[in-house]
Design a protein around this ligand. Structure first.
Ligand code: MG
Length: 208
């Protein structure tokens, strides 16, 4: 698939990112891939692979690699009885949510198996054993206070100077959504990051 074909495919994948935000993510990834080819990227929160295709399409243009990290058991709001529960993603054997088979199929269809590498497990455990500096980090994991802050504190120090930090589900107005992604966005601005773009609830920042 070409870059444009992958973006069109990404829009059809099960997930929570509107096409304008996905395309913005890909556009910044594309610029980063040409600025620094062969880079290491990481996203936290993979679900069924939608954002991995948007970012992977960009990574592939510069022979960069995207690690796509998730425990694949869904966040709180995806569990049974919650608004974002999808019964088609429940494993009939053990009754637990499992997005890994869908994620794997998505990456294969997009032809990105050598560009997007899955990391399956808890973010904090992987972070403690991951030493590679990051050229791009996308935080789109759990929205609860503890998980969002854990992702922020564990992973943002790994972003290299000039590298990008993207955060999803940033809602300045509490009526639009939960606080933690917005709080970590403010923390990043107070730290060494400057904002370069905002599309919907997506924020893209660059590290000084
Ligand atoms: Mg999100």
């Amino acid at each position: 698939m070409t870059y444009e074909e992958r973006l069109a495919f990404a829009a059809t994948v099960n997930g929570f990112m509107p096409p304008d935000e996905g395309r913005a993510l890909a556009r910044h990834g594309l610029a980063r891939a040409s600025e620094r080819p062969g880079g290491t990227w990481l996203e936290i929160g993979a679900w069924c692979g939608k954002s991995a295709v948007y970012l992977g399409a960009a990574a592939a243009t510069g022979e960069s690699v995207l690690y796509s990290l998730d425990h694949h058991r869904g966040s709180e709001e995806n569990q049974f009885g919650w608004d974002y529960h999808d019964p088609t993603l429940v494993d009939p054997i053990d009754g637990r949510l499992n997005t890994l088979p869908s994620w794997q199929r998505t990456i294969a269809v997009a032809g990105l198996e050598e560009t997007v590498i899955g990391l399956v497990g808890p973010s904090s455990v992987v972070a403690a054993h991951f030493a590679q500096p990051l050229d791009l980090l996308f935080i789109d994991g759990g929205h609860g206070h503890d998980v969002a802050w854990a992702d922020y504190t564990a992973w943002t120090p790994a972003v290299v100077s000039g590298g990008l930090l993207a955060i999803h589900d940033v809602f300045p107005d509490p009526a639009d959504g939960g606080r933690p992604p917005y709080e970590i966005y403010l923390a990043a601005l107070a730290d060494r990051f400057v904002e370069v773009d905002a599309v919907g609830s997506l924020r893209v920042l660059r590290a000084n």
